[in-house]
Write a protein that binds this ligand. Sequence first.
Ligand SMILES: *Cc1c(COP(=O)(O)O)cnc(C)c1O
Ligand SMILES: [Zn+2]
Length: 394
Amino acid sequence: MPDNLVTHLECSLCTRKYEAGKTWNLCECGGPLLVRYDLDRLRESWSRDSFATAPNSMWRYAPALPVQNPSSIISLGEGMTPLITAKTTGKRIGSNNLLIKDEGLNPTGSFKARGLSCAISMCVELGQRKLAIPSAGNAASALAAYAAAAGLEAHIFMPNDVPQANFIECKACGVNVTLVDGLISDCGRIVAERKDKEGWYDVSTLKEPYRIEGKKTMGYEVAEQLGWKLPDAIFYPTGGGVGMIGMWKAFDEMEALGWIGKKRPKMISVQAEGCQPIVRAFNEGAARSQFWENASTVAAGLRVPKPLGDFLVLNAVRESGGTAIAVADHVLIEAGIRLATEEGMFAAPEGAACIAAAERLLAEGFLSKDDQIVIYNTGSGLKYLEAYSTRYPR
Ligand SMILES: *Cc1c(COP(=O)(O)O)cnc(C)c1O
Ligand SMILES: [Zn+2]
């Protein structure tokens, strides 16, 4: 494997540059930072042929990840999740070509493992030893696991109605857990207020630049699994939007590496009816979202009332000719149960929402039956027993 060639970090809002190999949070202007690589040079040294012998995890894309020293890598086997053909569900909702990327198979049962594996590896590399995170649940679980594996101190702030699985998992990993009477936005405020005094590094969504890098591997992986061709449409359940932003970045990087062409999938942002700031902004033609009051949904990962990187998500959706769509809680739970019945895949409500969204867009003719559709099931249904148990009282 060739070395990576990080050149600098760049603000996604004002393009101001920041030095690589240092700890950063947001740009001075408040914009999230993106890691930039010398892709022209990387193109000379890194070829798609190298994958035959590459690690069977997201670290197979290490030349396009920010870690410089392989010994900094904290891996629990994240990534290289299966891309499953969903024939029965596809047929029912009107698609001949429905694929589901099952991110529920990641460590800690969600794709948050990708982002936190990368972020924690960078904390090890840059010497950050005390970390703090506000989380709707799955980011906390992943931080807890990777911090435990790395031997770092972690402070986690979650809403007090967080799924039990996340709470127990964090406690079992031995990190400091605080339950907050409020939403992830309230948790974020507490971390922001206390971090300087406590000496914590804030690993909030998009407030540190490396979780995007981990999550972008979903974009590399889907291309590799489809023989270096991108699908016609990607459905992504959008909370903070990190995965969408990451995949969009990955597509540009792969094009610069000469691995794919110009064609992009329609990027479809899926939210819950009870918290749909991106959908509202998309429909209004706005560049940024507005805080969604009284956010409420069983799909905990989608309960983000004001995503920091909203403009990046909206850009990707619009540039790709995609759309944004919201699904009611009872509809997404029903979709999750039907998916399990038809395909044997017990999805997180966030992933299930994408099935319901695809069904609607196929019925409306926004997508056609022969379009290749990839749905990201971002987590395992096993992390959401409270949400599903309303359907199965004992
Ligand atoms: C966090 C989360 C999401 C939203 O992810 P973003 O990249 O922040 O939009 C979706 N599904 C699950 C299961 C999650 O944990
Ligand atoms: Zn800036």
